[in-house]
Design a protein around this ligand. Structure first.
Ligand code: A3P
Length: 303
């Protein structure tokens, strides 16, 4: 269906647009041969909503053994190396041999996850992060142009906008992806924590405390007094991560064809950057789609 974003067509599978050679195969593998453990933690997200940041924040929150941040693994490893994407690792690795607790990420829509991951009795926990659709679109447009093969002309904003509004984006329609996790989080708040990028940007300390509590690892009084929460927020801040050597130089191989330079995951990290690119008409149309899609859900985006 779609030659717009990349060279590979997207196919519509059970309401979502997926790359047939990677995402679709991953859905089938996850549904058929992934065995979640009650101690597993999953970060779920649509691409460009702050996945890299949340990987870092959750990884640092889970792995806080001392107050010394000068030797933290995130200083020398990219967040994507610390927290593998289940959707690709399911093919490349023997996840069964991994020690518990496993912390993995996924871009899969909620309805495509196996019941063994989503049913309340499975024990594992899911954190979902979403972001206002206008910033997601601009972030995605910029990112996809970095990945585009040299022989293709850059994707115009008009083309990207049209595809995104039609719902044709990786793991899209974006709104349906968000709604799936939103509804599930309302039904089962102990299992799914639903977060917004904008809230985390506004109140990162509160966000990290919430994450820690949800994951069953609340901060102890002495940890708070020692500045542990502030330390995690500082370590994982956009400015800090972006300026680390590891995030400036290395690449991540998501699949045979998709190799991404780490630095491409750190662009601006702002709320509302879409205003610098989208026309007033584009913003209005996206707002209208969002309003319509979320009408009966009580879900709103401030920005
Ligand atoms: P922008 O393109 O708007 O700058 P993902 O990790 O899901 O691919 O999302 C990438 C977006 O998150 C990019 O947004 C990127 O700059 C931003 N980002 C990456 N690390 C961040 C951090 N530590 N804090 C805030 N935003 C971050």
């Amino acid at each position: 269906r779609d030659k717009g974003w990349m060279t590979e067509h997207l196919v519509l599978y059970q309401g979502f647009w997926l790359t047939p050679d990677s995402a679709l195969k991953a859905v089938i593998s996850i549904q058929n041969r992934f065995y979640p453990r009650p101690s597993d933690i999953f970060l779920a997200s649509s691409p460009k909503t702050g996945t890299t940041w949340l990987k870092a924040l959750i990884f640092a929150t889970l792995n806080r053994t001392c107050y010394d941040f000068s030797t933290h693994p995130l200083l020398v490893h990219n967040p994507h190396d610390c927290v593998p994407l289940l959707d690709t690792f399911i093919h490349q690795n023997d996840l069964e041999s991994w020690p518990s607790p496993r912390f993995l990420s996924t871009h899969m829509p909620y309805t495509l996850l196996p019941c063994s991951m989503t049913c309340a009795s499975s024990g594992c926990k899911l954190v979902y992060v979403c972001r206002n659709p206008k910033d997601v679109l601009v972030s995605k447009w910029k990112f996809m142009n970095k990945l585009r093969p040299k022989h293709l002309p850059p994707l115009s904003l008009d083309e990207a906008f049209k595809l995104f509004c039609e719902g044709v984006s990786h793991y899209g329609p974006y709104w349906d992806h968000v709604l799936g996790y939103w509804k599930a989080s309302l039904e089962n708040p102990e299992k799914i924590l639903f977060l917004k990028y904008e809230d985390l940007k506004r109140e990162p300390l509160e966000g990290v405390k919430r994450l820690a509590e949800f994951l069953g690892k609340p901060f102890l009084v002495e940890e708070e007094k020692a500045g542990m929460v502030q330390g995690i927020v500082r370590l994982c801040s956009f400015e800090n991560l972006r300026n680390l050597e590891v995030n400036k130089r290395d690449v991540i191989r998501f699949s045979k064809d998709i190799v991404v330079e780490n630095r491409n995951f750190f662009r601006k990290g702002n709320v509302g950057d879409s205003e610098n690119y989208l026309t007033a008409e584009m913003m209005q149309l996206l707002d209208e789609i969002t309003k319509k899609k979320f009408f009966s859900s009580r879900l709103i985006f401030g920005a």
